[in-house]
Ligand binder design. Structure first.
Ligand code: ATP
Ligand code: MG
Length: 344
């Protein structure tokens, strides 16, 4: 078996307001992994343009995601923080993977179906090919572990399939070039955030998303206390009281979601939350949830705003991170070219 360096890679798109789902599903775990792994955290701006972006807003969003990483506790000096478009090897390896992945594999991707909606003919080719770029993001660093929310599980499985097919298709060339039996590791998803699938506050069957047109559907990391209070009070619920047992949350997606958010923010389990609030009405529970969310998100949001205000400091973090990422990525890309038989 080929031995791979244990390396973590993950990305967040600069597509709009970072929200509680990004924090609980992904970023909180990013922070934890810094103590055990070598980590690369990427602002995936090439993914962002798979849907329309206004250039000025894109710039602001790239800086905001970077600020969020740092405000949440990621250390860009010990690990690598950068934006994807500064390391051209992501796009270069993605092309190779477009030639490895099969159309049938991509046709099964549910994120494309959801994001393209009814007007599929009019979706960008980039939106369709998104998962091969995501596989390249991970594998250009030969990363072994990828912390993500539950919605990215299918894309991670595709990344593993691509790695495996590349290893099989070029098995002889990989051996000839002294890489042993496999060139790429099969990256493992780490779906282990305190809440792996936070749902919209307006619809408990839909994931909380940056790209949801309704701002009331999510709690943004930069929302102030009044906005958080308003959004939580308006959050959809049902007429029943909160149950005392976890079974009572079945078929009540909105109640289940709010209890899950409370539990994740407070480092508790859902049964523990229900022991405190079960039998009570939603308005008491919602008031407690507002206080908790303000206490947990407030400091991160404030720090984010402070950091994002210093554009040149953020840009220099990204430049420095990109230079370090490029060293790793260009080594992989050179080896991939040799394996494929390109002349260089
Ligand atoms: P977009 O709507 O533009 O796709 P997004 O909110 O889905 O934005 P991404 O940048 O696509 O955010 O995802 C960043 C990380 O956050 C990924 O690891 C993803 O799995 C995770 N994530 C996104 N939404 C949620 C959610 N509602 N609950 C838990 N994790 C989430
Ligand atoms: Mg997403």
């Amino acid at each position: 078996m080929t031995k791979f360096v244990q390396r973590v890679f993950s990305g967040v798109q600069p597509t709009g307001n970072l929200h509680l789902g990004n924090y609980l599903g992904a970023i909180k775990k990013f922070v934890e992994l810094q103590t055990t792994h070598e980590c690369l955290y990427c602002v995936v701006d090439l993914h962002a343009i798979t849907v329309p972006q206004k250039p000025d807003e894109l710039k602001t969003n790239i800086r905001e995601v970077t600020a969020a990483f740092i405000a949440a506790g990621i250390d860009p000096t010990k690990h690598i923080v950068f934006n994807q478009s500064q390391v051209a090897e992501h796009a270069e390896l993605a092309w190779v993977f477009n030639c490895v992945a099969r159309v049938g594999w991509l046709n099964r991707m549910t994120q494309f179906k959801e994001k393209a909606g009814k007007d599929r003919e009019n979706a960008s080719i980039g939106l369709y090919a998104y998962p091969t770029l995501m596989a390249a993001d991970i594998l250009v660093y030969r990363a072994t572990h990828v912390p993500v929310g539950e919605d990215q599980k299918q894309h991670l499985e595709l990344a593993r399939d691509i790695a495996q097919k590349f290893n099989q298709d070029f098995v002889e060339s990989i051996a000839t070039h002294q890489h042993g039996e496999a060139y790429f590791p099969l990256p493992e998803p780490l779906i282990q955030g305190p809440a792996t699938r936070v749902m919209s506050l307006r619809d408990g069957t839909k994931k909380m998303s940056k790209s949801d047109p309704s701002d009331n559907s999510r709690l943004n990391l930069t929302d102030d206390a009044d906005t958080i209070a308003q959004k939580v009070r308006k959050a959809k619920t049902d007429p029943d009281a909160l149950p005392s047992e976890i079974e009572g949350l079945a078929n009540r997606p909105e109640a289940d979601n709010l209890v899950g958010i409370y539990a994740a923010l407070n480092g508790e389990t859902k049964p523990q939350v229900l022991r405190t609030f079960g039998g009570g009405n939603f308005s008491t529970f919602k008031s407690a949830l507002v206080d908790l969310a303000v206490a947990k998100l407030g400091p991160i949001g404030a720090e984010m705003k402070k950091l994002a205000a210093d554009e040149s400091a953020i840009d220099s973090i990204l430049r420095d991170g990109a230079a370090r990422a490029k060293v790793l990525a260009s080594e992989t890309m050179g080896e991939v070219k040799d394996i494929l038989g390109f002349v260089r």
